[in-house]
Design a protein around this ligand. Structure first.
Ligand SMILES: Nc1ncnc2c1ncn2[C@@H]1O[C@H](COP(=O)(O)OP(=O)(O)OP(=O)(O)O)[C@@H](O)[C@H]1O
Ligand SMILES: [Mg+2]
Length: 356
């Protein structure tokens, strides 16, 4: 049964179905394209929030960035399909729909269940994020000249894990439009600052190393189960980043191998030259670590973990049993079976529509 669209049919073919989330500059809706003979395809529709969509400077940058980013084609990068404006003149982006969870939500599911995220899955997800970044960092323009694209906004909200176990990085380059149009929307700045490399707080240019620092913060947080540079006051958060007081993961997660901590610590070095030189090099170290373990980390394992996490998050007001269930990687170990999954069939598998 088709749902009633909650807004007009955008561009004559994009049907808006439900609100999926809201960030600092946009609202994201789940939608679908309507094609011939009943053909539909799921999409994400990102509508720029009202004050920004009336700012010509922002829009100019946004269009420019969307155009550049649309050249990026990679399995770990959520594609931009279209960019247009509706009848009221409000702009929207049509993106690949990632049917799954943000890393922030995935981490929250484990926290809610009183558990820690499996380190080997965190490393496996990190490898995929780094593949996406590397592809963008070595991007060449149509004439074959190096034209690196830096993400500038690697956060647990912008990395998603799909129900199929595929990792997708979203919002490539869009932060640049915000910066370059000198928008100082407090809500936007607040959420982002905690992932900035220290040199960016001194207005250095973004680089592969600034993105890698952000990856370090994200991996640290997903393992630690808490924010690294926390605080409501952006000025204080900047102070924490500059002081670089990073609590030891060793004390928080005894199970995390020393090598994984070292890799994250290297990404979190104050001096950009002390970090990894490329996203590829960091991914290679994570891959070498995983090869040396017995833990399975293929997309099927990630898919099962996402499935379990969605059930935890959907179980807000539901049965006790649901929140006490074992995550799949633990259930596997307990059952000693290779293909056992958790089956909380009483819990609906709908996507959550609100951000935490
Ligand atoms: N391509 C997508 N597919 C599915 N869901 C998405 C997609 N992009 C975003 N979302 C969902 O919409 C939410 C809001 O996204 P949005 O990019 O507007 O904000 P954010 O990334 O959370 O924060 P910020 O504005 O700081 O970037 C995300 O947290 C995610 O849950
Ligand atoms: Mg986002």
């Amino acid at each position: 049964m088709r749902r009633t669209p909650i807004a007009e049919l955008l561009g004559g073919k994009y049907e808006v179905l439900e609100l999926a989330g809201e960030g600092g500059m946009a609202k994201v809706y789940r939608g679908q394209t309507l094609g011939a003979a009943g053909f539909t395809r799921p999409i994400a529709i990102k509508r720029v929030l009202a004050p920004l969509s009336q700012n010509p400077e922002f829009l100019k940058m946004f269009v420019e960035e969307a155009r550049v980013v649309s050249e990026l084609e990679h399995p770990n990068i959520a594609q931009i399909h279209d960019f247009d404006r509706d009848r009221a003149g409000e702009y929207y982006l049509v993106l690949e729909w990632v049917d799954g969870l943000t890393l922030a939500e995935w981490r929250e599911a484990y926290r809610k269940n009183g558990r820690q995220t499996p380190w080997h899955l965190v490393a496996a997800i990190g490898i995929e994020v780094l593949k996406a970044l590397h592809a963008a960092h070595v991007h060449v323009d149509r004439s074959g000249n190096p034209a690196p694209i830096f993400h500038r906004d690697v956060t647990p909200q912008n990395a998603m894990v799909s129900k199929c176990g595929v990792v997708k990085l979203t919002d490539f380059g869009l932060a640049r439009a915000m910066d370059r149009s000198s928008i100082t929307k407090p809500g936007f700045v607040k959420g982002k600052i905690a992932y900035l490399a220290p040199e960016l707080t001194y207005e250095a240019d973004p680089s592969a190393q600034t993105d890698l620092f952000s990856v370090g913060v994200v991996l640290w947080e997903v393992l630690a189960g808490e924010k690294l540079f926390k605080g409501k006051d952006p000025v204080k958060v900047v102070g924490f980043i500059r002081d670089m007081e990073i609590p030891s993961l060793a004390e928080m997660r005894e199970d995390v191998p020393a090598r994984l901590r070292e890799i994250i610590e290297r990404a979190l070095q104050r001096e950009p030259t002390d970090r990894y030189r490329t996203a590829h090099a960091m991914g290679r170290d994570l891959a070498a670590l995983l090869r040396a373990t017995q833990e399975p980390t293929d997309s099927d394992v990630i898919a099962k973990s996402v499935d379990w996490a969605q059930r935890q998050l959907n179980a807000d007001n539901q049965t006790e049993g649901a929140t006490k269930s074992f995550p799949p990687e633990l259930a596997l170990a307990l059952a000693g079976a290779a293909d056992e999954t958790i089956r909380d069939t009483s819990i609906p598998l709908t996507r959550r529509t609100k951000r935490q």
